[in-house]
Design a protein. Structure first.
Length: 215
């Protein structure tokens, strides 16, 4: 049978603001675990989030580059889920009233340009980082304990959702390369995925010799 790939993407982009999405903790890679935190991003009772103005401006800037309509009124919602990397029990995100909707992105190809529809680009906060210890693989399977580094918790994150307009792995790769280049040219993100892996390696090195709680 002659199957045709039908591909849509959901892309997360870390914004390189100086501070987190809803507090004034520093955003940066490589700091010792749990040193870039405060009562807001740790979800202590009674704390109130304050949106990062620069993150909102940069999301609108990206939305314009993607040809999106920019909302006159956008709303943050609570997306509930229960996991150790999310102390509030919910993520502050956007749903039915995002900042940017209905855009498009042209991907050049051998047979002309392909227009990739952009459903939305919305702003949210990232979760913390689970570090699985023991077992040697760094994955939850086989680990004997999991530690949580909250330095990443609350980092501004833009989620870009496309229409299912991509038709091959090569076309999808080209789209993602061009989108990454766009993000970097706008100056809103370094879009360096290897940084996350480097940070995880350093975090694991810092805590490798720690005794588990109660030991």
């Amino acid at each position: 049978m002659n199957w045709e790939p039908v591909i849509g993407c959901e892309i997360h982009v870390h914004l390189k603001t100086n501070t987190k999405m809803f507090c004034r903790c520093a955003v940066g890679f490589g700091a010792p675990p749990n040193t870039q935190t405060c009562p807001v991003c740790l979800a202590h009772p009674g704390t109130l989030p304050v949106p990062n103005e620069k993150a909102i401006e940069w999301t609108i800037k990206l939305g314009l580059a993607l040809g999106c309509d920019i909302a006159d009124h956008a709303v943050f919602h609570r997306k509930n889920y229960f996991y150790p990397d999310n102390p509030k029990g919910y993520q502050i995100s956007q749903y039915d009233e995002p900042l940017c909707i209905s855009g498009s992105f042209l991907v050049p190809g051998a047979h002309g340009d392909t227009e990739i529809g952009i459903v939305r680009a919305h702003l949210e906060e990232d979760a913390a980082k689970n570090v699985h210890m023991g077992g040697g693989t760094g994955r939850i399977h086989g680990a004997d304990r999991t530690l949580v580094d909250f330095n990443r918790s609350g980092t501004p994150l833009v989620e870009i959702v496309t229409e299912p307009d991509l038709r091959s792995a090569e076309q999808t790769k080209r789209f993602l390369q061009l989108l990454r280049q766009t993000v970097r040219e706008l100056g809103i993100s370094d879009a360096e995925m290897h940084q996350a892996m480097d940070v995880l390696a350093r975090v694991r090195a810092n805590i490798e010799g720690m005794e588990p709680p109660g030991a």
